[in-house]
Design a binder for this molecule. Structure first.
Ligand code: GLU
Length: 305
């Protein structure tokens, strides 16, 4: 298949949609990015890769970081993690408080904010003051890239404005499902969200999920086959908040979005993909990114269905 040609076609076809959607301005530092940017990268198991647009432009990975933290926590705790965070779609917005109260502080899944905050807490219990460095080192390992870092301005901007997330963590703490100091946990969460990567690095970092938990480029086992299956399932059912069903319907791949404008997607046994376009749809997922991935699976027939 001529992937480069397919990417070029996609780039042409998404042009009319680049004016639609809105930047995530509830984190002020995210509102200053160039809103017309588009990039897409594919990494295959044999080390070949294909790119379109500015695939070396770094952007804030935001909720895509939840895939890495969930992987680390699942690796350590196994099934016990599900006593504190579930694995069902929420059907609610990414930062919703409502369900948490009904469900006694147990978030529905690790990919909504509440679930990612509990996951971050579970990592702070293990790695203490080194938690963020452990997360960053893990991302460097899965993407085989030592240069990755976080953006201090975006971190500070979210720390100063992330009122909903403060509300979530306090609510969860009131149900005794946060074990560590709120400040340490929320800072870890905001820092992981402010990690900067480009589409090429992100696609590469997800290859282990396309290959039963083994990084096909290094042959390193990152996680067991069974756990890789669970992570992919959750990406399919919960990776796009209350638009997860819509994403599965249109794209048909496990994926995870972030309000920075990135979406990663996994084609089992073949490749990992990342697309970037910062303007979001109403559910907080990249509007053009979702369209580009839908075009990709339509043109290639590479959906899992
Ligand atoms: N840092 C963002 C927040 O907590 C992550 C949300 C997202 O990327 O979807 O609001």
């Amino acid at each position: 298949m001529n992937y480069q040609l397919i990417l070029e076609e996609i780039e042409k076809e998404i042009q009319p949609f680049l004016n639609e959607g809105k930047l995530a301005n509830y984190i002020p530092a995210l509102a200053s990015v160039d809103d017309k940017k588009f990039a897409m990268s594919i990494h295959l198991f044999d080390g070949t890769s294909y790119h379109i647009g500015d695939s070396s432009l770094k952007f804030s990975i935001q909720s895509i970081s939840k895939v890495f933290t969930f992987t680390l926590a699942l690796n350590y705790y196994g099934k016990d993690l599900y006593k504190r965070v579930g694995h069902e779609p929420s059907g609610d917005p990414f930062n919703s408080l409502i369900q948490l109260e009904y469900e006694n502080g147990i978030p529905r899944n690790p990919f909504i904010n509440a679930g990612a905050i509990v996951t971050a807490d579970s990592l702070v219990s293990i790695y203490k003051k080194n938690t963020f460095d452990t997360i960053l080192d893990f991302i460097k390992k899965t993407s085989n890239d030592e240069t990755i870092k976080h953006d201090k301005e975006i971190f500070k901007s979210e720390l100063a404005n992330g009122f909903k997330n403060f509300a979530l963590i306090n609510m969860i703490k009131s149900y005794n499902n946060i074990y560590n100091d709120i400040d340490d946990v929320i800072k870890t969460y905001f820092k992981q969200c402010s990690i900067m990567m480009d589409t090429s690095q992100l696609a590469k970092s997800m290859l282990f999920l396309a290959n039963h938990g083994i990084n096909p480029l290094t042959n390193e086992q990152i996680i067991t086959e069974s756990k890789a299956k669970r992570i992919n399932s959750l990406m399919l059912t919960c990776g796009h908040y209350d638009a997860s069903g819509d994403f599965a319907y249109k794209v048909g791949l496990p994926g995870k979005s972030g309000v920075g404008g990135g979406i990663v997607a996994v084609v089992p046994k073949k490749m990992a993909i990342c697309v970037y376009s910062p303007k979001l749809n109403l559910q907080g997922n990249s509007l053009v990114g979702t369209i580009a991935l839908e075009l990709f699976t339509t043109k290639t027939g590479l959906s899992i269905f």
